[in-house]
Ligand binder design. Structure first.
Ligand SMILES: *Cc1c(COP(=O)(O)O)cnc(C)c1O
Length: 407
């Protein structure tokens, strides 16, 4: 019965062009990716898929720091943080993260997590207890939605970016504790949330603002401090979640906030307490990654990335203007996430397949990850790309636009 049921569900998924498959990668996370092919051979593709925005995932200095960390600490932490897994490497990393965010959050403390998913679940379940209300942007990341569903609090969702609609919801709410929750950079659209307006609303309505900066940490703001710094925000009401597997190049996440918020997470967050601490060697290399973010090299990589974003947008705008019949739309994003919205699932898949024939790897993103009818190619850029890489992608897209939408 179970297998028949699963078989049925999976068949429906395949028919709706929603089938997902994993590709086996044989190279480190660099722009050129070697993939195993079905015939037992190998193919190199130029990829625009990763969230490794600064090229740190294969940075030689960080590889050396990981080796050094493993020699110093071994490979495993052995236990959860509250038992015996909290190493000095974790503690040092947390102090450095708190100092890094201190310009944005007065007296910030920081807590490291195994992943952003777990950090978001921890935040919403711990802060969103019975008497709280959660206000969430409709396009928030799945981990924030899941955290909200697990929390006892009532969750209300407002249309993407609509500060006016949020204000009406806040004005209408009697809850003692109000939490506004938003992605800083929306993961499938690349646009930046109106954080100054959201913080002003939080202040006016005695609410707290939880900011998920998975795609801004390391990339935006002074020294790569992220989206709060990008807008020059500073407030005790800010609760910041940054991930460490994207621009920071490694794995994990952290929350920076008022010390009482951090202590409440340590004492009560089940996704913090009931899981093995990450290997201390990862905390060791993350400390090196944080230093690299704030260095001249980090700044130079961010400048190079900015140049690639401008070049890509200029070329894609020209291509779409030249071929209005293709029906593509470039999302209004200034970040390294540059989605090309094509509409239906099959078109997105066909375009991705044609790009692959041309030696390029760009993921097709479909519902439920994005709203129905807005399937897209999610192009992401990295400082590890060259301008020639971007030119190659644009030349291929120009060719596909001229060919017309593949059937
Ligand atoms: C990737 C991502 C997460 C999850 O972070 P992981 O460390 O990969 O679990 C959370 N929020 C957003 C917006 C993300 O893009």
């Amino acid at each position: 019965m179970l297998l028949a049921h699963l078989n049925h569900r999976l068949r429906e998924r395949r028919q709706a062009a929603l089938w997902r498959r994993r590709r086996v990668v044989r190279s480190p996370c660099t722009p050129t990716q070697r993939l195993a092919d079905a015939a037992g051979g190998e193919r190199a593709l130029l990829g625009f898929c990763s969230n490794d925005y600064l090229g740190f995932a294969s940075h030689a200095g960080l590889v050396a720091a990981l080796v050094e960390g493993a020699q110093r600490w071994g490979v495993g932490s052995g236990a959860s943080h509250l038992v015996s897994g909290h190493s000095e490497a974790h503690d040092t990393l947390e102090a450095a993260l708190a100092a890094f965010l201190a310009p944005c959050i007065p007296d910030a403390a920081a807590l490291s997590f195994c992943s952003g998913y777990m950090a978001n679940v921890a935040l919403l379940t711990t802060l969103g207890e019975g008497r709280a209300a959660i206000f969430a942007d409709r396009l928030n990341h799945a981990s924030l939605i899941d955290g909200g569903l697990l929390a006892a609090a009532k969750m209300r969702r407002y249309p993407h970016g609509r500060v006016d609609r949020l204000e009406a919801l806040l004005a209408d709410c009697e809850a003692d504790i109000k939490l506004i929750v938003t992605d800083a950079v929306f993961s499938m659209d690349g646009d930046i949330a109106p954080l100054p307006e959201l913080l002003a609303l939080a202040e006016r309505h005695d609410a707290w603002l939880i900011v998920d900066d998975a795609h801004g940490f390391g990339v935006l703001g002074e020294g790569g401090r992220g989206a709060l710094s990008h807008f020059g925000l500073r407030s005790e009401r800010l609760i910041y979640m940054g991930t460490l597997g994207k621009a920071a190049g490694v794995s994990g996440a952290f929350v920076a906030a008022h010390p009482l918020v951090i202590e409440a997470l340590v004492q009560g967050a089940r996704s913090y307490i009931y899981t093995t601490a990450t290997p201390p060697a990862l905390a060791h290399v993350l400390h090196a990654s944080l230093q690299l973010l704030g260095s001249e090299e980090g700044a130079a990589r961010r400048r190079h990335l900015g140049g690639l974003i401008d070049a890509l947008r200029t070329r894609l705008t020209q291509i779409i203007a030249l071929h209005p019949g293709c029906g593509w739309r470039l999302a209004p994003s200034t970040t390294a996430i540059q989605p090309l919205i094509v509409g239906d699932n099959a078109t997105a898949l066909a375009l991705a397949a044609r790009l692959e024939q041309l030696g390029l790897w760009v993921p097709a993103i479909r519902p439920p990850t994005v709203p129905v009818g807005s399937a897209r190619l999610r192009i992401t850029l990295s400082a590890a790309h060259s301008l020639a890489d971007v030119d190659r992608l644009c030349a291929a897209l120009a060719q596909l636009a001229a060919e017309g939408v593949p059937a």
